[in-house]
Design a protein around this ligand. Structure first.
Ligand code: ADP
Length: 186
């Protein structure tokens, strides 16, 4: 195969929408195909690179700015970046698009009610009770993507189906080898 093209697969959506779950499935499949990938996840990055930041608009923007710097370096050097961040502001996501290589905006869609019901991190109930300031979708805005490359509807797709749709998209764009090609070259 010719040299791998880098890309920035950017998963945006509410907390609990399914970004991390889908990102992990996509990562595993890409690794299986021999694609060089790096997964950047909001919760992990906030414990390291951006642990000094909170959830005000200013801090959220700083969080994404730093991550963008990393994604920019990786994606321009042939790495497939899989980034999962709530990233609620369209303007900020547009900045990531401008800065990184082969940016793909993926809207991981689930209603606020579905996210609250899943309540993965046990935060939704507190947020609805007014105990958490700046909780996206409840006490802080989430701007839905205006023109995303992909929308994954996690209330009616399984995580595996959503991940497969991402993989199919990456194949279509020629960013990753198809399974057929892998089979033929072996
Ligand atoms: P986020 O990273 O967006 O905050 P997570 O991936 O941490 O969300 O959590 C999503 C939760 O929803 C997980 O518990 C996952 O098992 C569940 N879930 C149910 N259906 C789906 C789906 N179709 N896609 C992704 N996650 C789903």
């Amino acid at each position: 195969m010719s040299e791998q093209q880098g890309f920035t697969l950017w998963l945006t959506g509410l907390s609990g929408a399914g970004k991390t779950t889908i990102a992990k499935l996509v990562e595993a499949e890409l690794k299986r195909r021999g694609v060089k990938v790096e997964r950047l996840d909001g919760d992990i990055v906030r414990q390291s690179l951006t642990r000094d930041l909170g959830f005000s608009k200013e801090d959220r923007d700083k969080n994404i700015e730093r991550v963008t710097f990393v994604a920019k370096l990786l994606s321009r050097n042939g790495i497939g970046v899989i980034a999962s961040f709530i990233s609620p502001y369209q303007k900020t996501r547009d900045m990531v698009r401008r800065e990184t290589t082969n940016f793909i905006e993926v809207f991981v869609h689930a209603s606020l009610e579905a996210c609250a019901e899943r309540d993965v991190k046990g935060l939704s109930a507190k947020a609805f009770a007014g105990e958490i300031e700046n909780f996206t979708g409840v006490s802080d805005p989430y701007e839905e993507p205006v023109n995303p490359e992909l929308v994954l509807y996690t209330e009616r797709e399984t995580p595996e189906e959503s991940a497969e749709r991402v993989i199919a998209y990456l194949e279509e764009r020629g960013f990753i080898p198809t399974t057929e090609k892998v089979a033929r070259s072996s």
